[in-house]
Design a binder for this molecule. Structure first.
Ligand SMILES: Nc1ncnc2c1ncn2[C@@H]1O[C@H](COP(=O)(O)OP(=O)(O)OP(=O)(O)O)[C@@H](O)[C@H]1O
Length: 233
């Protein structure tokens, strides 16, 4: 599903040049759950942003489902992202002015689903994330765990092939963190590919494979589990 070869990302400002990714090679199969680990500043979020088509690499190859996407224009990246990729962030990134239902509904509005269909889909996913009873609440009225469940509902509402999670349990206590990891594992078992950045060994244990980055390079990869009966691509 994802083939990244000799990928480089250099951030240039007037005074300095930072090489955030330096010759990264990563292949991720459909159905895999991959954790990316490494010390602060090693390039994890930069890599996730490139994989998630939020940013272009400076050099190198990025094939998403066989299509070269590394140098797409912003407009085309956005088009490809919608419906294909769902994001979950450490800080939840919900919209404070919208209630739970409206936050989760938003991607479906962008994708031009009709109101009736949207209602059915949102109700179903809220029920699944065990947050249906809070549909009228605003993000500030929810606990961290509840906010992250809403964020996951929003990430999966359009049935993305890929979920990218950047430290999804970073702001949660261990009970809520575990709940979030269980939800991600369940989605992965149903076929969604997951790439997750984490500092937590415990969270990385849920993954099939751990990729360790250091100074913008992949230094080791560790297989933890088999994908099971999900077909590889
Ligand atoms: N927009 C930017 N402009 C300039 N430099 C940047 C930018 N984004 C990231 N960097 C630099 O690139 C390097 C990698 O950053 P990145 O955020 O990917 O690291 P990380 O591994 O996710 O760190 P952390 O675990 O602390 O979140 C760092 O040296 C950072 O300062």
């Amino acid at each position: 599903m994802i083939k990244i070869e000799k990928l480089k990302k250099i951030f240039r400002t007037e005074e300095i040049e930072t090489s955030a990714l330096n010759n990264v090679n990563i292949h991720i199969n459909k159905g895999e759950f991959v954790a990316i680990m490494g010390p602060s500043g090693c390039g994890k979020s930069t890599l996730l942003n490139v994989i998630g088509l939020l940013d272009n690499p400076t050099e190198g190859k990025y094939l998403f489902d066989g299509e070269e996407v590394g140098q797409l224009k912003e407009r085309n990246r956005t088009k490809l992202r919608k419906g294909n990729i769902g994001f979950v962030f450490q800080s939840f990134n919900l919209i404070d002015e919208l209630n739970v239902f409206e936050n989760v509904e938003l991607p479906l509005i962008y994708l031009k689903y009709k109101a009736k269909e949207r209602k059915e889909m949102v109700e179903e996913v809220l029920h699944r994330m065990k947050i249906g009873h809070r549909r009228k609440h605003f993000p500030q009225q929810l606990s961290g765990g509840q906010q992250q469940r809403v964020a996951i509902a929003r990430a999966v509402i359009a049935n993305p092939k890929l979920i990218l999670a950047d430290e999804p349990t970073g702001n949660l206590d261990s009970k809520n963190g575990q709940e979030v990891m269980k939800l991600l594992t369940e989605l992965n078992r149903e076929g969604t590919t997951i790439v997750m950045v984490t500092h937590s060994m415990r969270d990385a244990d849920y993954a099939h494979r751990v990729v360790n980055l250091f100074d913008g390079q992949v230094i080791t990869e560790e297989m933890k589990k088999e994908i099971g009966d999900i077909a590889l691509m």
